[in-house]
Design a binder for this molecule. Sequence first.
Ligand code: SF4
Length: 325
Amino acid sequence: MISTPVNATDETRRHLVDEINRLRQERGAVILAHNYQIPAIQDLADSVGDSLGLAQAATEIDAPVIVMCGVYFMAETVKILNPSRTVLIPDSKAGCSLADSITAEQLRAWKAEHPGAVVVSYVNTTAEVKAESDVCVTSGNAEAVIRSIPEDQEILFCPDLFLGSHLERVTGRKMHIWLGECHVHAGIRPQEMDANRARFPDSDLLIHPECGCSSHFVWANGNGVMKSNRTYVLSTEGMLRHARQSSSNSFLIATETGLLHRLQKEMPTKTFIAADDHAVCRYMKMITLQNLYESLRDLRQEVIVPEEIIEKASRAVSRMLAIKP
Ligand code: SF4
């Protein structure tokens, strides 16, 4: 039995990594990690990405066991796409404030107020909410999905208020938007970002659309005019693409700080700075080497989604995968 004391030594961590590698071979398991995971988890994962990238990776995997290092709705999405596989999450209490902001019951009541409307749900929702939705989106393909819906069709968008408002601005579509938010992105402070902009004037500012402050930095008072041509609203994968292609060498990153590890690892000659270093998701950080090791050792904690929910939710998730950004 290995246990990691709070002040675990490098040797203990190396031993845990060795055990994880041995067990994943033994179990025929693959490890998926979200961009916001701690560096040690990202470094040993078979695939690191955003919700869309991981959902796609999950469909291409030929392994009996998938371990999702992320939050619970992500593990549910992997299960929806891979119902015959064993899907594990190292800590099933790793939740999401955004996914918790709407329940299936609330969505059913909202739909009853708007019969015939198309329900577009951000992927950060529970399996039950997905089952009540017509199509899911990620921040990477949401704009393409909204543009694909006929002009005269009423749209209910949930649960993220800020992503929904951003989509209204870029597509010109009016939607009914649920008033949910991610506490991490909503908490990114414009004053902190203003101060960092002043300190790093040559940096591109990359803002995740879940941030409440995107309208403050990008758009001039709702008239659809960009304030600065060095400011971009992008999904996490969009940020990686932008940084790879940009001639700029310095970037202020307004999203959960876990993404900085992947950016810096992939582009060591460029500089990445957290626009607000308080932007840390405690749920994402609940996955550790210790509970990943235990998850593989004991094949727990298994993600169970009822069959009828999988059947309904998989329609909305498959539509999401069919529409490219
Ligand atoms: S960063 Fe926000 S949206 Fe992402 S898992 Fe954490 S609470 Fe949910």
